[in-house]
Design a protein around this ligand. Structure first.
Ligand code: MG
Length: 202
């Protein structure tokens, strides 16, 4: 199983980190060891002084394929979740400045939080509200209508390069409002009004 992630997929978030709006999806991957075990707290790693949350909608591939056409892409996932793409922002900034790959900042153990999955049938995927609170205060408030690349765009693009298999996950990008987590913070994620997970930082 692999985890494909999209960076800079919300214009306001790209701007808050000083990045241009991309012409193609910015793609990176996390290994399966990045998934935080269900019910675990997140432990701040020793190698970073600046771990950021990034709340994202996550797709689970239900039908594999390669060179999937955009018009057929919706048939390749049935369920969605919310997740956090934890990012060591200090490390990422150093890597970006040198033009180096991001894995050390993005793919470490526990960096991929994934909630339980829900059927996509109950939701309007082009107009999906999702939000994150930190210590009960709203810090991120996204709507999938603001994505630069839609779920179908991402599947079509990524599957040109990587064969998608059943069970693969796609993190579809974070809206603006990313920020640091500190010990004892409590993160809670909501899809529309429904809470999908809460997570304690240690
Ligand atoms: Mg992200």
């Amino acid at each position: 199983m692999k985890i494909i992630c999209v960076g800079r997929n919300y214009g306001e978030h790209a701007k808050e980190l000083g990045n241009d709006i991309p012409e193609d999806p910015v793609i990176f991957m996390k290994p399966d060891t990045a998934i935080l075990k269900k019910g675990s707290d997140f432990y701040l790693p020793e190698f970073s002084e600046d771990i950021h949350y990034e709340l994202e909608v996550v797709l689970k591939i239900s039908k594999g394929g390669k060179y999937i056409r955009k018009e057929n892409a919706a048939a390749h996932f049935e369920e969605i979740a919310l997740g956090i793409d934890f990012t060591a922002r200090d490390i990422q900034s150093r890597l970006k400045a040198k033009g180096l790959p991001w894995e050390l900042a993005k793919a470490f153990d526990g960096s991929a939080v994934v909630s339980d999955f829900v059927s996509k049938e109950n939701y309007d995927l082009q107009n999906l509200n999702f939000s994150l609170t930190k210590n009960r205060e709203k810090v991120q408030d996204g709507n999938t209508g603001d994505m630069i690349f839609s779920f179908s765009d991402i599947i079509a693009f990524a599957s040109q390069y990587f064969t998608l298999r059943v069970g693969d996950l796609i993190f579809t990008g974070t809206p603006k409002g990313v920020g640091q987590v500190l010990e004892n913070d409590l993160l809670e994620a909501f899809l529309e009004e429904k809470k999908l997970f809460s997570l304690r930082i240690q």
